[in-house]
Design a binder for this molecule. Sequence first.
Ligand code: PAF
Length: 276
Amino acid sequence: MEVVRSRQALTQAIRALRVLGKTIGLVPTMGALHNGHVSLVGLGLRHAQAVVASIFVNPAQFGPNEDFSRYPRTEQEDLEKLKAAGVSIAYLPAVDEMYPQGFATYISAGKIANELCGVFRPGHFDGVATVVTKLLMQASPDSAIFGEKDYQQLHVIRQVVRDLDIAVRIVGAPIMREKEGLAMSSRNRYLSESERVTAAVLYRTLQQAASKLREGRRAESVIKDAKNALQKAGFTKIDYIELRNAQTLLPTYSAPGRLLAAAWLGNTRLIDNVEV
Ligand code: PAF
């Protein structure tokens, strides 16, 4: 595995793969890698002959009071995991490589970027859209893989790629979960032992709500019960639980649905979603 830190070195390393006739899959990450990320690489290798993985904690997608400075940075372990997973190129740009002095152009990800998580994290999806667009331009992959845990993010990225005519296939990867059901996330390392036990209630509650919705129960009352269940379990704040259309992310009461949620345990914000 080649480790590169500049755009120029990335271009050269990718050119060497292209000369060998290889198709390329991109797996963008912010590091602090877990088995969910490893599964993205595995899926990348099913869609392309070589995988480029990026590790970049993107300041543009963090709000002023968010966890940018304390976001876990575990470069050596991450590189070992990427190598073992079969990555060809690991791209680790510094902040001024991605946002050099004078950088001024940001992508505005549209209406959906201001809904769901966007209500609570203003500007977040514009930051994601900007960095992902840059990574796609820099690596010119044939496909790029994103986890469905960040379901709204995946939707925003598909929209940006469609709107800006970026020639890449966006592939969504199923959510990887811990044994008790908690969706894998780099931020899970913020959780204490007891918070971890409570965190698993989020998935169980969403699953129960989804099955009630499938039985035809009214969304409003199902969601109210789900919020009560989370509060009772010890969640300190619920940003939202919403039923949306799985494809358009518009508010929906009809199939195919996706039930999405964001809730806090102490200082940790968890997101999850299930198919309905
Ligand atoms: O999902 C993430 O880890 C990040 O939002 C991404 C897609 C790597 C962009 O910084």
